[in-house]
Design a protein around this ligand. Structure first.
Ligand code: SF4
Length: 216
């Protein structure tokens, strides 16, 4: 990343972190993925259960092998190879009671709102309630100026790129463009906008902003 992009990331991330605080969420900035990974690992308590939610970002920074090596930590991973659909769904349910949930968001606004669109809904459910700690790893490429642009980013970019990744039989997996389909394999089913946390959950959500382009 060139020095001007790096400067933008550093300046803009500071404002977002301030706005997250006003919403009773935590935020921090790491200039690169390696530093982010180490800081996230240090946030996971010994012996914790950790729910791995769908995220190309956390996979891309090589987080999960390192999490699995932490003393006494159990990773709940519903994408583990060899699971039946029923077993995978059961692990999604177990993830709701994990100590820590780690994922990413589809977009974050400058004023600190977290915007997501899920296929099944387990990711936004766990982000909203259940796990005692939620750690969200967010590349600065996911910053949007406001809610409208965040939702447009999610629907017309993140969702369609994810559709290409899944290879599902949905129109956007062919065209790269959303046509608001009614397909049984539609991946856009549950919107979530997290505006903040109540005082009793202050700091439950920690957003780790990263000065790199990560995920979609
Ligand atoms: S609504 Fe359908 S066409 Fe649009 S992005 Fe979602 S899955 Fe693709």
């Amino acid at each position: 990343m060139d020095k001007n992009q790096t400067a933008w990331n550093e300046k803009v991330s500071g404002g977002i972190i301030e706005n997250l605080k006003k919403r009773r969420m935590e935020g921090s900035y790491a200039p690169n993925a390696a530093q982010a990974r180490n800081e996230i690992l240090s946030m996971i308590p010994q012996g914790a259960t950790v729910y791995r939610c769908a995220s190309m970002t956390t996979a891309g920074i090589g987080l999960w092998d390192r999490v699995a090596e932490l003393p006494g930590v159990t990773v709940i991973d519903h994408y583990r190879p060899g699971l039946t659909p029923e077993e995978s769904m059961e692990l999604r349910r177990q993830g709701m009671l994990a100590d820590v949930m780690i994922s990413s968001v589809n977009a974050i606004t400058l004023d600190g709102r977290l915007v997501n669109l899920d296929a099944v809904g387990n990711r936004v459910a766990a982000m909203t309630f259940g796990p005692r700690k939620v750690i969200l790893v967010v590349g600065m490429n996911k910053v949007a100026p406001d809610l409208d642009s965040a939702m447009a980013r999610v629907k017309h970019y993140a969702a369609t790129v994810n559709a290409l990744r899944t290879g599902y039989d949905i129109p956007c997996a062919s065209t790269g463009l959303c046509c608001d389909c009614a397909s049984p394999q539609r991946i856009c089913n549950v919107w979530s906008i997290i505006e903040g946390q109540m005082a009793l959950n202050q700091g439950r959500i920690h957003v780790k902003l990263v000065g790199e382009n990560l995920g979609y």
